[in-house]
Design a binder for this molecule. Structure first.
Ligand code: CTP
Ligand code: ZN
Length: 159
C-alpha cells in the first residue's frame, strides 16, 4: 500500500509478486508453485500484514520466476483475491487479478479412491467444476464428490 510507513521486505528486481493472498495461505501458494527454497531463487514471504481491502493478507515474492496457466488457476482457487504483479527491472510491468476458473482439469486428484480418475488401468484426467468460490467447493465431474480447500491442501501435500 502506498501509504505504508515502511517496507516490510525489499522490492524485487525481476520476477513475480503475488499480493492480496488471504492471510494464512501463502504457504499453500508456495506449494502450488512447487517452491521448496532449494531451487536457489530468492523468495520472500510476508504473512498477516495489514491490507485495506482484506484486513490482513499474505504476500509471496519470487525472483526469476514466471507463472504457468496451471499454476495461475490453482493460485486463483486458493487465493481468489490475489493480484499478480510481474516485475521487470524493479518496475511493475503487468498487474492483474487472478480469475477463478469454472473448471479445473488434471491438476488435483479426486479424493474418492473408487473414482474413475483414480483407476490405474484406464487413466482419465481429473476434472472438477467450481460450484463455490468462497468458501471453495469443487465437484468431481465423474463421481460427484465435493472437495473443499482442506482437500486441495491434502492433494497438494500440505495438510
Ligand atoms: N513490488 C516488489 N518489487 C518491485 C515492485 C513492486 O516487491 N520491484 C511489490 C510491492 O511491494 C507490492 C506489489 O509488488 O507488494 C505491487 O506493487 P505496486 O503496484 O507498486 O503496489 P500497490 O500500488 O500497493 O499495489 P496494489 O494497488 O495492487 O495494492
Ligand atoms: Zn471423482
Amino acid at each position: 500500500m502506498s501509504n505504508k510507513k515502511e517496507l516490510i521486505i525489499s522490492k524485487i528486481r525481476d520476477g513475480i509478486v503475488i499480493d492480496h493472498i488471504p492471510a494464512g495461505r501463502a504457504l499453500l501458494v508456495l506449494r502450488i508453485l512447487g517452491i521448496t527454497g532449494r531451487e536457489g531463487f530468492r523468495v520472500a514471504l510476508v504473512m498477516n500484514v495489514e491490507s485495506h481491502k482484506l484486513g490482513v493478507k499474505d504476500i509471496v515474492k519470487v525472483e526469476g520466476r514466471e507463472l504457468t496457466r496451471d499454476e495461475l488457476n490453482l493460485v486463483a482457487l486458493v487465493a481468489p483475491t490475489a493480484t499478480v504483479n510481474i516485475i521487470r527491472n524493479y518496475d511493475v510491468v503487468s498487474k492483474f487479478k487472478v480469475v477463478v476458473p469454472d473448471v479445473i482439469e488434471g491438476l488435483i486428484k479426486c479424493k474418492n479412491p473408487r473414482c474413475i480418475t483414480n483407476q490405474q488401468r484406464e487413466p482419465v484426467k481429473s476434472r472438477f467444476r467450481v460450484v463455490s468460490r468462497e468458501p471453495l467447493k469443487l465437484v468431481c465431474d465423474y463421481c460427484g464428490t465435493i472437495h473443499e480447500l482442506s482437500d486441495i491442501e491434502r492433494s497438494l501435500g500440505i495438510a
